[in-house]
Design a binder for this molecule. Structure first.
Ligand code: BT5
Length: 314
């Protein structure tokens, strides 16, 4: 009943009267009113006007399983500890490639190296995608890089915001972090069993904790526009599939030019911590394998995204 009513409102050009809905669904007007109330509680912005009926304000941003239907295999949760952890469980159960887990909030959203990912309810995208890459261990870190490219393309195409990559796993707009990516993998001695790419996009968040205020932002804050998360997820999945397919066929090298163009670290001073060692210098290049090349003054050092954290001076 909810689905049918929602379909009627979605396809209507303006108001639909309560009577018309009741007749078409074969229910009472009270039942219509109750269903509309339930949909409103889910977050749908339905306007009720006396003598005219109901109208769906399509500007609203609602993320739920219904809105994600049609995007292929997926699981949606209102609240989860971490979409990455849940995606791993699906992968262990043998879900298909590109299966994704999305949530409206995370209670233990993860960054790299045990850091936290702030995941307030009903504002942002928290999504984890299962992949079965047939590549060597040394190439897994490149999945983060191509995922970053897919995210940047999605944001640029949809919002026109000037999104850039901070190697290896951050997407920034106007110098502030708007996206974080966490790739995890499970492997046997000589073979990758699966990889999970977790992507957090600050879409409609407007208030950040004190600790994050200076360094984090959202698409709404930067563009002034409230985007629909379900549409952004659809576009992101399309881009990710495209980029990943090319990556599996041709490797990371074909993305190098595109990556360098939008990577903010190049030609700037960086401090990298890799395998417990601090490396200071100028980031001069990205290698064919997606490593950051740092000129320390004493020579060039390549660091792999899998094992480095990075500070870039502006
Ligand atoms: C990351 O780690 O940037 C990876 C974040 C991945 C989050 C996604 S959400 C879906 C999936 N499920 C998960 O559990 N995780 C993934 P890292 O480079 O370590 O950055 C973490 C740092 O970013 C924190 O220490 C904060 O300083 C900052 N931070 C935390 N929450 C943020 C937010 N919402 N927006 C911007 N910065 C944030």
């Amino acid at each position: 009943m909810k689905e049918k009513l929602l379909d009627m409102l979605k396809s209507a050009d303006g108001y639909v009267s309560g009577q018309e809905i009741a007749d078409s669904l074969g229910v009472s007007r009270t039942a219509v009113w109750k269903t509309v109330t339930a949909l409103k509680n889910e977050g749908y912005n339905i306007i009720s006007t006396k003598n005219r009926g109901y109208k769906l304000n399509t500007e609203g941003d609602v993320l739920n399983a219904r809105e994600l239907l049609g995007l292929g295999g997926h699981a949606f949760y209102e609240r989860l500890t971490s979409t990455n952890d849940m995606a791993k469980r699906f992968a262990l159960d043998g879900c298909k490639e590109f299966f994704f887990v999305a949530a409206n909030s995370q209670t233990a959203g993860k960054g790299r190296l045990g850091r936290e990912w702030e995941s307030p309810h009903n504002k942002n995208i928290y999504i984890s995608v299962v992949l079965y890459p047939d590549i060597g261990f040394e190439s897994v870190a490149q999945i983060t890089l191509i995922s970053g490219l897919a995210v940047v393309k999605t944001i640029r195409d949809m919002t026109k915001a000037d999104a850039k990559i901070k190697w290896p796993n951050d997407v920034l707009i106007n110098g502030k972090k708007v996206v974080g990516i966490l790739t995890e993998m499970q492997a046997e001695v000589n073979r990758i069993l699966f990889a999970v790419v977790g992507i957090g996009i600050n879409v409609n968040q407007t208030v950040f904790d004190d600790e994050l205020k200076e360094k984090a932002t959202s698409i709404l804050l930067e563009s002034g526009i409230k985007y629909k998360r379900s549409e952004m997820i659809a576009k992101l999945m399309q881009m990710l599939k495209e980029y990943y397919k090319i990556f599996c066929e041709k490797g990371f090298g074909v993305f190098l030019d595109e990556y360098k163009k939008i990577c903010i670290n190049l030609d700037r001073e960086v401090t990298a911590v890799s395998k417990g060692q601090r490396i200071n210098g100028i980031a001069v290049d990205i290698s064919e394998n997606g490593e950051l090349v740092i000129d320390t003054g004493d020579g060039l050092v390549n660091i792999s995204s899998g094992e480095a954290t990075l500070r870039t001076d502006s």
